[in-house]
Design a protein. Structure first.
Ligand code: ADP
Ligand code: DAR
Ligand code: MG
Length: 347
């Protein structure tokens, strides 16, 4: 990534929040600042400058980026999350507060449920600014903590470095493993020294997984076939508290759990279902009316920037900051109940 120190050019059709809030005045104010890990404004904006189709366009290199470059991050966070610079985030990871009896006990609609959180280790740079040595240390620290897990969480850590193409492709096509970072992550410096320091932990049933050093240092994932959303949430919260006995996560009263992309701040939680709505999705306007009403995001079945296949969509909560983890899952659950109701009416 280069430090151009020149105000970037954004094409006239660029709609990123970066292009909206990086005025020449803000650029001049921030361009010579660096964070304690040496992260610069040019590095924070590189992804959105190189990818004018970005929605957001910025990544943090460390927790300090959110204060050093607050003149840029604050308005982006306020617009994306509806969360002001004086608001405080509150966390609630208690599954007992979730009201979510299985909405599809006959497994007619929900193919699978997955709930993930992003986490980063306290007092270390984030992925865009971490050194290769620090990233390898993260892998060692996290894999040691995970390999000590017992009971239903017991499993094994598999480094990507040296993993056969056949095994990694199978894990990716089964939605268990992450793909090599996309061009947005590449431009943010998140793919540096790939695949070293990256890997996946999973239990024998592949219902509990941890991605190491993808977009965040940990992506802690609970997933299973079907729609027992509460069981998936319970497993995730059990796992988070077990890991937190060994590793301190980066957290702030204001922004909650700290992540490299500002869209994941707060809970850093995405609760999703792969759901079959072939009839409802034919009327995409109606489909989006329901997802918008329940603060939901529509993705394709291979994750962000992918397409739907066979009327199956990835439906997840959009809100992450200024709401609790219970609310994130409740958002997804309440919206999915309505999607199933509407799909049934169209059958
Ligand atoms: P994240 O926000 O966790 O990074 P992505 O959109 O990058 O999610 O997708 C990561 C992987 O997780 C993809 O392979 C995607 O297909 C898979 N995935 C997401 N939700 C589900 C789900 N409910 N069931 C099965 N796989 C899922
Ligand atoms: N592609 C980037 C990231 C947006 C949110 N998705 C994440 N963090 N995976 C953009 O600015 O559009
Ligand atoms: Mg992702």
């Amino acid at each position: 990534m280069s430090d151009t120190n020149e105000y970037p050019h954004f094409p006239s059709d660029c709609k990123s929040l970066l292009s909206k809030y990086l005025t020449k005045e803000v650029y001049t104010q921030l361009k010579d600042k660096t964070t304690p890990s040496g992260f610069t404004l040019d590095e924070a904006i590189a992804s959105g400058v190189q990818n004018s189709d970005s929605g957001i366009g910025v990544y943090a290199g460390d927790i300090e980026s959110y204060t050093t470059f607050s003149a840029l991050f604050d308005p982006i966070i306020e617009e994306y999350h509806g969360f002001s610079k004086t608001d405080s985030h509150i966390s609630n990871l208690n599954p007992n507060d979730l009201k979510a009896p299985n909405p599809d006990p006959e497994n007619k609609y929900i193919v699978s449920t997955r709930i993930r959180v992003g986490r980063n280790i306290a007092n270390l740079p984030l992925g865009p600014a971490i050194s290769n040595e620090q990233r390898d240390n993260v892998e060692n620290q996290v894999s040691q903590a995970l390999n000590a897990l017992e009971g239903s969480l017991k499993g094994k850590y598999y480094p990507l470095d040296g993993m056969s193409e056949e095994i990694s492709q199978k894990l990716i096509s089964d939605h268990f493993l992450f793909k090599a970072g996309d061009r947005f992550l590449e431009a943010a410096g998140l793919n540096r020294n790939w695949p070293k320091g990256r890997g996946i932990y999973h239990n024998d049933e592949k219902t509990f997984l941890v991605w190491v050093n993808e977009e965040d240092q940990l992506r802690i994932i609970s997933m299973q076939k079907g729609g027992d959303i509460k069981e998936v949430f319970q497993r995730l919260t059990d796992a988070i508290s077990k890991i937190e006995e060994k590793i301190e996560f980066s957290y702030s009263e204001h922004l909650g759990y700290i992540t490299s992309c500002p869209t994941n701040l707060g809970t850093a939680m995405r609760a999703s279902v792969h759901i079959k709505v072939p009839n409802l999705s034919k009327d995409y306007t109606r489909f989006e009316e329901i997802t918008n009403k329940y603060h939901l995001q529509i993705r394709g079945i291979n994750g962000e920037h992918s397409q739907s296949v066979g009327g199956i969509y990835d439906i997840s909560n959009k809100r992450r900051l200024g709401v609790t983890e219970v609310q994130c899952v409740q958002d997804m659950y309440d919206g999915v109940v309505q999607l199933i109701k509407r799909e049934k009416e169209l059958e």
